[in-house]
Design a protein around this ligand. Structure first.
Ligand code: ADP
Length: 438
C-alpha cells in the first residue's frame, strides 16, 4: 500500500512542479491526476486479463495494492483447488461405496426429479444415471402405488412399500424413502424376492394345511355329535365323547381363524363391499354376547348412533366387532359391566368396547395383536380362545385404513376402540336421498 501512496505523492509532486514551470499549477495537477487514474485503470485491466487466463501463476501488476489483491486471489485459488480435489476424492469414494451396495439408491429432488442414482438403480428400477438425471421418477415408473408413495407425507413414509421390479417382474422390491436436507429424499429399493417367496410358502402351507384338516375334523365332529345323541351309547363313554367334541370344536375354530387370517394376508383383490347397517349388526352381537355370558350375568349396554352405517364387508366387520365383544365377555368376571358404543366424530366412525374386567398389564399391550399371543395361555384355552382374534381384528382394520386402539389397566378393565376413516362412513341421510332419487 505504501508504494501506492508514494506513487500518488510523486504524481502530485511532478504535476505541481510542471505547473510552476509552465505557470498553470491547477491544470498540471489535474493532468497528473488523470494520468494516475489512467495508470490504475490499466493495472485493473491487467488483473482482469490475468484472472481470465486462470493458470498464469505470478501477478501481472507492479508492487502495490493491486499486486496484493492478486496475491490474495492467488492464495484463495490454491486453497479452493485443494478443497476441490479433496471433495472430488470424497465423492469418488462415496460413489464407489454406493456402487458396491446391494440396494438401488436414488436421490430425489423437491419435485421427485432424479438427482443421482447408483448402478443397481438401473438393474432394479430401470433408472439410468446420468441419462435419466432431472426426470421425475414417477414418470419413469408408472405404478399407481409407487406414485402415491412418492407423494406421501413423512409419517406415511415410515411404512415401506413392496412392488415388483419394473425391469424384472419376478423380482420383489421393498421400497423405503427417507426425507433429508430441506427437500431431498433418499430412495432405497431392496431385493426381497427370497424373503417374499418364503413368506408366500409359509402362507400357502398354512392355507393348505388348514383346508386339509377342515374336512376330516368336520367328519369327526359329526360322528361325535351322533354318539352323544345316540341313546345306545354307553353311559361311561358320554363324558369322554363330550371332551372329544369340545376339543374338535376348538380345533375347528382354530382352523377357521387361521384360514380367515391367511385369506386376509393374501389380500387377493378387495372383498365385496356393501352398505352395512352397523346398529342392527351390533344389536345381534350384543344379544349373542348376552347368550355367551349366560350364568355370568354381565351387564351389557349398547349406545349406538342409529344413522351411522359403513361401506364394508359384512363378514369382515362382524369378525372385528364380535371378537372384541366376545373377548370382553370372556375376560370380565361375573356380573361385570360391558359397554358398547358406536359413534362418529370429525375423524371418522368408532366402535368402543369398554369392560371392567381383568385388564391387561402394560407390557403385554403392544403384543396383543401378534398371532397366538396370549397374556395367560391356560386361561385363554380354557375359555376356548385361539389367540388369533386380535390379529384378525388388526388385519381387517388395516384393510379399511382403520386402527385398533387399546387402553387397559390391570384389575380395572380395558377399552378396545376401532377407529374407521371417514371414507368408509355412510349416513342414513345419504341412503334415503339415494332411495328417493332412484
Ligand atoms: P384369545 O383367543 O386368546 O382371546 P385374542 O387375540 O382375541 O386371543 O386376544 C389375545 C389376548 O388378549 C387374550 O389371550 C387375552 O389375554 C387378552 N385380551 C383380549 N381382550 C381382552 C379383554 N377385554 N380383557 C382382558 N384381556 C383381553
Amino acid at each position: 500500500m505504501k508504494y501506492d501512496i508514494w506513487r500518488f505523492i510523486g504524481v502530485l509532486f511532478l504535476g505541481g512542479l510542471a505547473g510552476i514551470v509552465f505557470n498553470h499549477v491547477f491544470l498540471c495537477l489535474i493532468v497528473g491526476l488523470l494520468f494516475y487514474i489512467w495508470w490504475q485503470y490499466r493495472e485493473f485491466v491487467k488483473i482482469l486479463l490475468w484472472l481470465k487466463r486462470r493458470h498464469e501463476a505470478s501477478s501481472p501488476s507492479q508492487a502495490g495494492i493491486v499486486d496484493e489483491i492478486c496475491r490474495e486471489i492467488d492464495y484463495l485459488r490454491d486453497r479452493n483447488k485443494s478443497r476441490k480435489l479433496k471433495l472430488s476424492g470424497y465423492l469418488k469414494r462415496f460413489q464407489k461405496g454406493t456402487g458396491a451396495l446391494p440396494d438401488a439408491v436414488i436421490i430425489l429432488g423437491e419435485q421427485g426429479e432424479i438427482e443421482w442414482a447408483n448402478a443397481k438403480a438401473q438393474e432394479y428400477m430401470g433408472v439410468h444415471w446420468p441419462k435419466d438425471g432431472g426426470l421425475r421418477l414417477s414418470n419413469l415408473v408408472r405404478y399407481p402405488t409407487l406414485i402415491k408413495y412418492l407423494d406421501a407425507s413423512n409419517a406415511e413414509l415410515e411404512k415401506d412399500l413392496q412392488i415388483t421390479s419394473p425391469v424384472n417382474l419376478k423380482r420383489v422390491l421393498e421400497i423405503r424413502i427417507s426425507p433429508y436436507g430441506e427437500t431431498q429424499k433418499l430412495f432405497v429399493a431392496r431385493d426381497v424376492t427370497a424373503i417374499s417367496r418364503t413368506n408366500q410358502m409359509r402362507k400357502d402351507f398354512i392355507m393348505n394345511a388348514s383346508h386339509e384338516l377342515r374336512t376330516p375334523l368336520t367328519v369327526l365332529s359329526g360322528y361325535l355329535e351322533g354318539f352323544v345323541d345316540d341313546p345306545k351309547c354307553p353311559e361311561q363313554w358320554i363324558e369322554y365323547i363330550k371332551q372329544m367334541r369340545l376339543h374338535t370344536t376348538r380345533m375347528q375354530r382354530l382352523i377357521e381363524d387361521l384360514m380367515h387370517l391367511s385369506s386376509l394376508e393374501a389380500n387377493v383383490g378387495k372383498s365385496e363391499h356393501a352398505v352395512i347397517f352397523v346398529p342392527d349388526m351390533l344389536l345381534t352381537i350384543a344379544n349373542e354376547a348376552r347368550a355367551l355370558s349366560g350364568f355370568m350375568d354381565h351387564e351389557i349396554t349398547l349406545d349406538v348412533d342409529n344413522d351411522l352405517y359403513l361401506n364394508a364387508n359384512q363378514h369382515e366387520l362382524y369378525s372385528v366387532f364380535s371378537n372384541l365383544v366376545f373377548n370382553a365377555v370372556q375376560y370380565t368376571p361375573e356380573q361385570g359391566r360391558i359397554a358398547l358404543k358406536w359413534y362418529a366424530d370429525d375423524a371418522g366412525a368408532h366402535f368402543c368396547v369398554h369392560d371392567n374386567g381383568t385388564g391387561i398389564a402394560p407390557q403385554h399391550i403392544p403384543r396383543l395383536t401378534e398371532r397366538f399371543y396370549r397374556v395367560d395361555v391356560g386361561r385363554s384355552r380354557e375359555k376356548g380362545g385361539t389367540g388369533l382374534g386380535l390379529a384378525i381384528v388388526k388385519h381387517v382394520l388395516a384393510r379399511y385404513d382403520g386402527k385398533l386402539f387399546i387402553e387397559s389397566h390391570l384389575d380395572k378393565g380395558s377399552l378396545f376402540r376401532c377407529d374407521l376413516p371417514k371414507s368408509c362412513v355412510v349416513n342414513a341421510e345419504t341412503i334415503s336421498q339415494k332411495t328417493l332419487s332412484a
